[in-house]
Design a protein around this ligand. Structure first.
Ligand code: ADP
Length: 194
């Protein structure tokens, strides 16, 4: 049973690496950004309420986000653990996650923080914009997403560091190189206690 959080600014590759790590550990990767995008595409009630925030690069209000995560974490496939990608992102979300895990008698094992030079982030995101056409990958919205991350999410590193949960990983280089660094970490997590 392993519960991990993948944290890092937009463009740090946390989505890609969360998938790899979850695959390796045989657990689901839960990406709040992916869930919002799927709901927007399907025009669900949640999607309609989230769309303007996502498109503007603003965070979806905590209440909506927390309720969605509450429901997702109640699903059976999370019983052997999971990797969270893009949640929690605010102090309020940290508290809700604490409470959700405490209610299930579970606890967070580690928060992996992907570290990438800020100058590279915008370049990476603009490159991805050409490939994926995400509605929030325009230059203005990218800059806003980086700003929101720095203001609201970066402070969470200190909160989790005080709990001894932070594992910094160098996110620069090729996807495979970063994956190798994280797989090394996954091995040590799998072997822990055995
Ligand atoms: P990125 O980290 O590259 O900006 P994500 O796919 O993780 O991309 O998130 C895309 C958008 O989804 C965010 O800009 C925000 O609008 C919304 N979102 C995702 N996760 C959260 C969250 N935990 N709280 C609030 N909004 C979120």
């Amino acid at each position: 049973m392993t519960i991990l959080v993948l944290m890092g600014p937009p463009g740090s590759g946390k989505g890609t690496q969360a998938q790899v790590l979850a695959g390796r550990l045989g657990m689901p990767a839960i990406s709040t950004g992916d869930i919002f995008r799927a709901n927007v595409a399907d025009r669900t009630d949640l999607g309609n309420r989230a769309q303007d925030f996502v498109d503007a690069g603003e965070y979806v209000p905590d209440q909506l986000t927390n309720q969605m995560v509450r429901e997702r974490l109640a699903a059976k496939d999370t019983r052997h653990g999971f990797v969270l990608d893009g949640y929690p992102r605010t102090l309020d979300q940290v508290e809700v996650l604490d409470e959700l895990l405490a209610n299930q008698d579970r606890k967070l094992d580690a928060v992996v923080v992907l570290d990438v030079d800020p100058d590279h982030l915008v370049q990476r995101l603009l490159h991805r914009a050409e490939l994926e056409h995400r509605s929030d990958d325009t230059e203005d919205v990218i800059r806003r997403r980086l700003q929101v991350y720095n203001e609201q999410t970066h402070p969470l590193i200190k909160v989790y560091d005080e709990r001894g949960l932070i594992i910094p990983v160098d996110g620069t280089g090729e996807i495979d190189e970063v994956t190798a660094r994280i797989l090394h970490l996954a091995d040590s997590l799998e072997n822990r206690g055995s």
